[in-house]
Design a binder for this molecule. Structure first.
Ligand SMILES: [Zn+2]
Length: 99
């Protein structure tokens, strides 16, 4: 796929923010993780990019937290779906096959 240079840079920044959010969440820095997530979403919006599926799925649509299964989120499967529940009570369902 051909991308403008701008979009390529934005994609890379989003990728870095994803990694930074995951690292922050793993070390218990939830607020920092949240701000990385927020920044990534802003960049994506500005450049009309969508977040990578794996990033999108591990962020809470309601509170913006980076979800770490077993720590800040519960994951269970139900009727062929994966249900991820955030600490804030919000949950999201995804088709299992798509993982
Ligand atoms: Zn949440």
């Amino acid at each position: 796929m051909l991308m403008s240079n701008d979009a390529a840079i934005a994609t890379e920044r989003i990728q870095r923010l994803h990694e930074a959010a995951r690292e922050a969440a793993r070390s218990g820095k939830d607020q920092r993780a949240r701000s990385h997530v927020r920044r990534a979403k802003r960049i994506a919006q500005r450049h009309r990019l969508s977040l990578p599926d794996r990033f999108d799925r591990f962020t809470c649509a309601d509170c913006g937290a980076y979800l770490l299964p077993g720590r800040s989120a519960r994951v269970r499967t139900q009727n062929g779906h994966v249900v991820i529940t955030c600490d804030c009570g919000s949950h999201a369902r995804y088709p299992y096959d798509d993982q």
